[in-house]
Design a protein around this ligand. Structure first.
Ligand SMILES: O=C(O)C1=C[C@@H](OP(=O)(O)O)[C@@H](O)[C@H](O)C1
Ligand SMILES: C=C(OP(=O)(O)O)C(=O)O
Length: 653
């Protein structure tokens, strides 16, 4: 289940359990720090386990433009030829996307580098503050101009009279990346410089990570209390030769949550107890919610609580701003409310994450309260609702990944899923590997083949849900007729299909509160259904609607494109047919039993024409897909056909 960058949405099936092993992609924060310090070092550095994503691509591109030689090595490694503190290219324009870790650190480094540089990013990057860092750098004598709004990128950096030394103050309450960037840049000055943080220092573990990475490259920053850091005279980066990037602890959070929600165990490999990433402490928060967690040296495992259900928590999440987002969607399934505090930085990340999270959680039925720096989630009382318009992701990779967890409650449509490329391009494929979707038996076949009768009986036998997908097309035809819309008006029909107010119960179909089981079976509406079903816009409008029927414990569905288009991942696919003469005979008998007069010839003729139309139409034509088992019921009773389907299903599980 991969996604492309431009894909409008991905429909995640409802998930009933999760378990397995995930080898984590490299840490974004470590990858970009290691790349930068390798480039600034004397000597060559081999980095393995590097993250391949948009954020690291922006850093790699920038360093190459600055004249750093970087060659790929193996599957996920690079060899970086360090420049010994001086970039060969003294004038360049750098585009840094929405990579905070690249933008902030390169601003600091280039401000002390003595060249002419412009730094820009995507529109959202230009809304993410950088004033506190620029102020700190200007105090050191850097020459930086704002090219757009004051205190925000894009920036122009010119050679200044930079005199590191003494003590420079920097604010730490908007982003820790300002302090991290400044600290990483100061060894370029060569003289002792102290940095003093004013205001609160948020996201502190990321500063610890910065100090750990600098130490690995030979620069030991001296700490004096919690807010003063001294970069000693004569500090210079030296390559450690080889470094390996840990797995990304923030990316681990989604899979650990899956383990906690879906039974588990889910084991993430690549981070563990000795990690330098603060986000490993997400596992503790999950344990507080009741999950069973094992933290090993290089792996973490999560399982659901013995009681089965997580419970809400009240947490100061300042130290784990990224992974804390995962708690917000995990909270949808917890007992009681969850409050996340001290998360003001969420407002200036890829989007205003407090506002975005609140808006989308509400769409799923949660009650949400939010303040300037906190968020409280009350899980939906009557089960999750799944908005047909999809969950919006605000060009924020973490929104997309967090909301994949909603699939534990209902099928969910995630809009713009390609935004995960910022840190985890194959996220959805990995998600599919460790989750077990609610099973589907998809029965496709031509008109009057008996597939509906067989499917409904199989559903009853298994205690599963049943979807007669053809009924949705019939309902669209009927609703259109009632609204005075003709069956050739594709766009108007699509609007009707999207807004169908329909309810199925055990033996009736309801349209806008009125029973219509008989009305939708009339010959006129049957012909209308076939006509409206040929319109691509109608099929698109009904796609998610059909997928919404996939709920635990399972779904049996019949139609024309159930196995090929609507549920391509169905566990059991059947193409159910019968000779056209047999189908005509069955339809004839059915009509007679219902007291209608009928003769066989026109029925036969009509079925032949309908077969032709259904198999020739350009959108979702009726044909047996390769994986589908062929069930010819010409010489079978209904009971025999049902038994056959159940037997095939038994083999598939
Ligand atoms: O230094 C880093 O690598 C990061 C620091 C954090 O940002 P803030 O310090 O802005 O909270 C975090 O959210 C970001 O994803 C990565
Ligand atoms: C805040 C994030 O990114 P950035 O490094 O751009 O700040 C993030 O990855 O959640």
């Amino acid at each position: 289940m991969g996604v492309t960058k431009k894909q409008a949405f991905i429909d995640l099936p409802a998930v009933c359990s999760a378990g397995g092993v995930v080898r984590l992609p490299g840490s974004k924060s470590l990858s970009n720090r290691l790349l930068l310090l390798s480039a600034l070092s004397a000597g060559e550095t081999e980095i393995s386990g590097l993250l391949a994503s948009d954020d690291t691509a922006r850093m790699l591109d920038a360093l190459r433009i600055l004249g750093v030689r970087i060659e790929p090595q193996g599957v996920s490694g690079v060899r970086v030829q360090g420049v010994g503190g001086r970039f060969p290219v003294r004038k360049a324009a750098l585009f840094l996307g929405n990579a905070g870790t690249a933008f902030r650190s390169l601003t600091a480094v280039l401000a002390l580098a003595g060249g002419d540089y412009t730094l820009s990013g995507v529109p959202r990057m230009h809304e993410r503050p950088i004033g506190d860092l620029v102020d700190g750098l200007r105090r050191l004598g850097a020459h930086i101009d704002y090219l757009g709004n004051e205190n925000y990128p894009p920036l122009a950096i010119r050679p200044g009279t930079v005199r590191p030394g003494g003590c420079v103050q920097i604010r730490g309450d908007v982003s820790s990346q300002f302090l991290s960037g400044l600290l990483m840049a100061l060894p370029l000055g060569g003289v002792e410089t102290a940095v003093e943080v004013t205001g609160e220092l948020i996201s502190r573990p990321y500063v610890e990570m910065t100090l750990a990475v600098m130490a690995r490259f030979g620069v030991e920053v001296i700490r004096e209390g919690g807010r003063r850091f001294v970069v000693p005279a004569g500090s210079a980066y030296r390559s450690p030769g080889r470094v390996r990037v840990e797995g990304d602890a923030s990316s681990a959070s989604y899979f650990l949550a899956l383990g906690a929600l879906g039974g588990g165990p889910v084991r993430v490999e690549g981070v563990g107890a000795d990690s330098v990433q603060g986000d490993v402490r997400f596992a503790e928060a999950l344990a507080q919610m009741g999950a069973r967690i094992d933290v090993g040296d290089r792996a973490i495992t999560a399982r659901a609580p013995a009681s089965g259900r997580l419970h809400g928590i009240d947490l100061d999440a300042n130290a784990i701003p990224d992974a804390a987002m995962t708690l917000a969607t995990t909270a949808l399934f917890a007992e009681g409310e969850t409050t996340l505090r001290n998360i003001a930085s969420w407002r200036v990340k890829e989007t205003d994450r407090i506002a975005a999270m609140a808006a989308e959680l509400k769409k799923l039925g949660a009650t949400v309260d939010a303040g300037a720096d906190w968020l409280r989630i009350h899980p939906p009382s009557g089960g999750l609702s799944s908005p047909p318009e999809g969950v919006d992701t605000y060009e924020d990779h973490r929104m997309a990944m967090c909301f994949s967890l909603a699939a534990f409650g209902a099928p969910v449509r995630i809009n713009d899923p390609g935004c995960v490329a910022k840190t985890f391009p194959d996220y959805f494929a990995r998600f599919a590997e460790v989750t077990q979707a609610v099973p589907v038996i998809a029965i496709d076949g031509p008109s009057a083949s008996g597939k509906g009768t067989v499917a409904a009986r199989v559903a009853t036998a298994l205690g599963w849900h049943y979807l007669d997908s053809g009924a949705l097309y019939r309902l669209t035809a009927l609703a259109a007729q009632r609204a005075g819309v003709t069956w050739d008006d594709e766009q108007a029909l699509a609007v009707i299909a999207a807004r169908l107010n329909v309810r199925f119960d055990s033996d009736s179909v309801w349209l806008a509160g009125e029973p219509v089981s008989a009305a939708i079976r009339s010959e006129v509406i049957s012909a209308g259904a076939s006509q409206v079903a040929a319109w691509p816009a109608v099929r698109a409008a009904l796609l998610f609607r059909q997928r919404l029927f996939r709920r635990a414990p399972g779904l049996v569905t019949d139609g024309r494109d159930m196995g090929s288009v609507v549920f391509p991942d169905a566990q059991t696919k059947i193409f159910l047919t019968a000779r056209v003469e047999v189908r005509a005979q069955r339809r004839y008998q059915q009509l007679r039993e219902n007291g209608m007069s009928a003769s066989i010839q026109p029925i036969l003729q009509d079925l032949r024409e309908r077969d032709e139309r259904d198999s020739q139409r350009p959108v979702a034509p009726l044909r047996q897909s390769e994986e589908a088992c062929l069930l010819d019921t010409s010489d079978l009773t209904i009971e025999q056909a049902v038994e056959k389907v159940l037997a095939w299903h038994g083999e598939a599980v």
